[in-house]
Design a protein around this ligand. Structure first.
Ligand code: SF4
Length: 529
């Protein structure tokens, strides 16, 4: 089959019966939240996620026992007549990866903690010789793993997360895009040298701008080195409800419309089945937009050059914050030129027009108002507007935005615009709550805890608060949060100020009040208006 010209050229990777890579359709996947040692619950949730429409289901395997139990889960899933490929999620435990490889169709490893000891900040200086020695050691340990995967017909994902880069990588490439890309490339180069090509790669972060820029940098570097591995996309710790959907739509969607990405997971701190319709709508909408942008010659593979330079007019443009149509506290978007665009062609039309303005050397501020008269479903509208406006904001068009739709009142449209601006990291209108989706390691009811935290602390717009399901990955992946609320033993929570644990294993019911006390003592609290 010919590759779609509007998608990045990739090789195809077989994961059981599913093929990932251009020209196969975007593969939608999710992850269980049940304990992996609970065979019945994990099999039931896997079946439920598959019934919701996922083509692949991932389960955490924190130890060899958990990895071994994937065989029983797989048997139960197959006995129910379901062929969905299973994926093992491995951190910190190569032995679990070797075990899982023998039972499931794909194994995800995290280069930040697979052989490297993870993020300890204990050794942050390496001579060239020491550094090369460490890379050699990884090669020596990784090649037998690839050999086993080859023998078992198991695919792998090299899955890098911001927040779990190893000390060695950070010591040389830093904790940002360069570090994440190099962390992935080290492993991909070994796969390539060993002629092992059943590989998918991902780089995720909770900061949408960082995630999209880093994936674009990875694509640039992979293409330069002739590595055509398919990409798995996702925004980590996106949270739940509207915030989780909007962040995911902006991050995943802005890459898909430029032809980048072959499989996606929308990580929501909700029941995993809820992720599937969101991912389906995103994949379908973005495919249309990708084709339209490609045919109009306005796809963008590279990173953004930053905010478009404009002069300030009536409080719009220059360095002013993004003006929002219908927002009484914001400058009026009509103070600038207004570029109004309608329907599915809106995005490519705006990109074309902005390119013409750039070619003419224009510095006139431009507000972009997108109309969606034909979208009749509110959920689709929210995702479509988030993809379109989010990608334009990330691209640098930040003078003013607006949404027009018969489904939204003026106030609702303004609220959606504000949420999209916040998802892009360009302003804070409410507390930035980052939350992991939970997995088999989570020992408390993450969705209900997240609701309590949002209710209690959501008005503190100057703060970033993380809600993480486990102590193993949570603290590392809190992504620069001011305060962290991290699951410990069953029903217990540890509280963090930055990266420092200040209250260990307190009962879940007492934790919000205690976090409030800490925030008050730090002088960071104010009552809701
Ligand atoms: S941080 Fe959340 S999603 Fe990540 S391993 Fe822990 S519980 Fe699972």
């Amino acid at each position: 089959m010919n590759q779609h010209p509007y998608r990045r050229r990739t090789i195809s990777v077989a994961v059981g019966d599913i093929i990932i890579g251009n020209p196969s359709p975007i593969v939608i996947q999710s992850m269980t939240t049940t304990p992996t040692l609970d065979t019945a619950a994990s099999a039931a949730q896997t079946l439920s996620i598959a019934r919701a429409g996922a083509s692949m289901v991932r389960l955490t395997a924190q130890g060899v026992r958990h990895a071994a139990n994937l065989a029983a889960i797989k048997d139960a899933v197959r006995a129910a007549g379901c062929t969905v490929p299973l994926v093992a999620d491995i951190h910190f435990n190569p032995a679990a990866a070797f075990e899982a490889t023998q039972h499931v169709e794909k194994v995800r490893i995290n280069p930040g903690n697979f052989f490297d000891p993870g993020r300890t900040f204990r050794k942050m200086e390496f001579t060239d010789e020491e550094y090369a020695d460490e890379v050699d050691k990884i090669r020596t340990k990784f090649i037998p793993f690839l050999d086993l995967c080859r023998r078992c017909g198991t695919a792998i994902r090299i899955g890098v997360n911001h927040g779990s880069l190893s000390d060695r990588i950070m010591s040389r490439y830093g904790d940002g895009a360069e570090g994440m890309v190099e962390s992935a490339l080290e492993y991909l180069r070994i796969c390539h040298d060993e002629d092992f090509h059943n590989v998918v790669v991902s780089i995720k972060a909770s900061d949408v701008q960082l995630m999209t820029d880093t994936v674009r940098l990875l694509v640039e570097r992979m293409d330069a080195e002739g590595l055509q591995y398919p990409l798995h996309l996702g925004v980590t710790e996106a949270g739940n409800a509207l915030e989780g959907r909007i962040k995911s739509a902006v991050g995943i969607g802005s890459l898909l419309i430029d032809g980048i990405g072959d499989t996606i997971r929308v990580s929501l701190s909700e029941e995993p089945e809820n992720e599937i319709p969101v991912a389906r709508t995103l994949a379908d909408y973005c495919e249309l937009q990708a084709a339209a942008c490609y045919h109009d010659g306005v796809q963008r593979r590279g990173r953004s050059a930053g905010r478009r330079r404009t002069r300030q007019v009536n409080g719009i443009g220059g360095t002013c914050s993004v003006a929002i149509l219908g927002d009484s506290e914001s400058a009026d978007v009509y103070g600038a030129e207004v570029l109004r665009s309608t329907g599915c062609d809106g995005l490519s039309h705006v990109r074309r027009t902005m390119q013409t303005l750039a070619a003419d050397g224009s510095d006139t501020p431009v507000s972009i108002v997108l109309s969606y008269p034909d979208i009749t479903d509110r959920d689709t509208l929210i995702l479509a507007a988030s993809v379109d406006l989010g990608s334009l904001l990330l691209e640098g068009y930040r003078d003013g935005i607006g949404i027009e739709s018969p489904l939204l009142s003026t106030a609702e449209a303004a609220d959606l615009c504000r949420r999209i601006v916040q998802a892009c990291g360009l302003a804070r209108y409410r507390a930035e709550i980052v939350a992991c989706p939970g997995c088999g390691r989570t020992l408390f009811d993450l969705p209900s805890v997240l609701e309590v935290i949002k209710e209690h602390f959501g008005h503190l717009s100057h703060l970033k608060i993380a809600v993480m399901g486990c102590i193993v990955n949570g603290p590392g992946e809190m992504a620069g949060a001011d305060y962290g609320y991290v699951g410990g033993a069953a029903g217990m929570v540890s509280l963090y100020r930055g990266t420092e644990c200040i209250e260990k294993n307190i009962p879940q019911a007492e934790a919000p009040a205690m976090l409030e006390q800490i925030i008050r003592a730090d002088g960071q609290w104010h009552d809701p208006k």
